[in-house]
Design a binder for this molecule. Structure first.
Ligand SMILES: *Cc1c(COP(=O)(O)O)cnc(C)c1O
Length: 385
């Protein structure tokens, strides 16, 4: 027995209710079946894989899976509209890790070009990781008010923008609580007018960046159409990798713009912050990509957005105050009693404009109409209480 049965049983007990965990954006139907058996059979499970170094550099450390990592990055680069042959990226530890590198590369590029560190502009509705990262990297941030749809308010941005300093903008492509998509074009207009001395645009698209490319709204995360420099997406959210990981996608020119950082024993420049990196998650990403294909992802994205509308309609029919924004798989509503929040692991928020205390559901692949019907029944019974 590798791990004591009592401990395993305890863990499994928590997972009995997994279908009802609908407040957080984790895919609880990972598309990874068969991977474990394959991993065992190939003998890859008996080696230690480590993707130390730049995956696009000639094998800095050879006991790795970077050939597979590069393939994942190249295929996803097409999906995010990176010009062919210009892509650079890696499989990250998480969405946060992707934001960490986007903000770092952006700040260093701007510093090299202008001799100044940038001001970082982030919407107050964005995920906390970006402002936390600025704290870690000691970057000055300006937190921007959002409009009633949760998007970075272009007027507030105009007021906050200091054109004498380079600007690093983090766009929330899917803000955390409301599920708002910052309007890149509206912010770009302000940039065109005020012309700061340097601009870098990073997309925090941890959740929405997974499904948007497989919907009619795919242009929202297309690099050529939106003119951004880097994007971070989580692997365990829409893509359904069964452990935390993610994608960071940018262009080779962004890496080439960095101050050289030579590491003798790694034979070359080392652009990444972490030394050792997970070599298993690129295999899982590749496995899922092959198993799903674009069509599979399109089906899942349509399923999620359809069920989002279904949940919204059911709440509307019953006059329960609820909202969801365009492009979003998040429905937020008047905060129900504690027992419902516990049963469904709901996440809380507070918005004066929407009546104060709220909770939300993120409609991922495991949030079926059956679960939604049960949830609605519980909500209605709580209204009668
Ligand atoms: C989930 C999320 C993050 C954090 O991603 P992790 O993969 O959990 O590190 C950052 N930003 C947004 C918008 C998210 O939804």
């Amino acid at each position: 027995m590798a791990i004591e049965k009592e401990l395993v049983d305890l863990m499994k007990k928590y997972y009995e209710n997994v279908d009802h965990c609908i407040g957080y954006p984790v895919c609880q139907y990972p598309n990874i079946s068969g991977f474990g058996e394959w991993y065992d059979k190939t003998g890859l499970c008996d080696i230690s894989i480590n993707n130390v170094g730049n995956p696009f550099d000639a094998e800095q450390f050879v006991l790795n899976s970077t050939m597979i990592e590069r393939d994942v990055i190249r295929k996803f680069s097409r999906i995010y509209g990176v010009p062919e042959g210009k892509e650079w990226g890696f499989v990250t530890n998480s969405g946060t890790d992707g934001n960490m590198h986007g903000i770092y590369f952006g700040a260093k590029k701007l510093q090299k070009e202008t001799g100044m560190l940038p001001l970082v502009y982030i919407s107050k509705e964005a995920h906390y990781s970006s402002s936390r990262i600025c704290d870690v990297q000691n970057l000055e941030t300006r937190m921007i008010d959002y409009d009633k749809y949760g998007r970075m308010d272009p007027e507030a941005f105009r007021e906050a923008l200091d054109p004498t300093r380079p600007a690093l903008i983090v766009f929330a492509i899917g803000s955390t609580f409301m599920g708002a998509v910052d309007d890149i074009q509206a912010i770009q207009k302000v940039l065109d007018e005020k012309k700061p001395v340097g601009v870098y645009k990073h997309l925090d698209a941890a959740l929405f960046g997974g499904y948007l490319p497989f919907t009619p709204y795919k242009d929202l995360v297309n690099m050529q159409k939106q003119g951004y420099d880097s994007i971070a997406i989580s692997g365990h959210k829409f893509f359904g990798v069964d452990e935390p990981c993610g994608l960071f996608i940018s262009r080779q020119e962004i890496i080439d713009s960095q101050q050289s950082f030579k590491v003798e024993y790694l034979r070359n420049d080392m652009p990444l912050i972490s030394c050792s990196r997970n070599g298993l998650t690129p295999l899982k990403f590749h496995w899922i990509m092959n198993a799903m294909g674009n069509e599979g992802f399109e089906k899942e994205a349509a399923f999620m957005l359809e069920n989002t509308q279904y949940l919204q309609d059911k709440l509307d029919e019953n006059n329960y105050p609820a909202w969801h924004l365009k492009y979003s798989n998040t429905v937020f509503f008047k905060r129900p009693p504690q027992w419902i929040r516990d049963k469904y692991m709901l996440a809380n928020g507070y918005m004066e404009e929407y009546g104060g205390e709220l909770s939300h559901v993120v409609v991922m692949q495991h949030v079926t109409k059956d679960i939604i019907d049960e949830f609605i029944e519980d909500i209605l019974s709580s209204v009668e209480e």
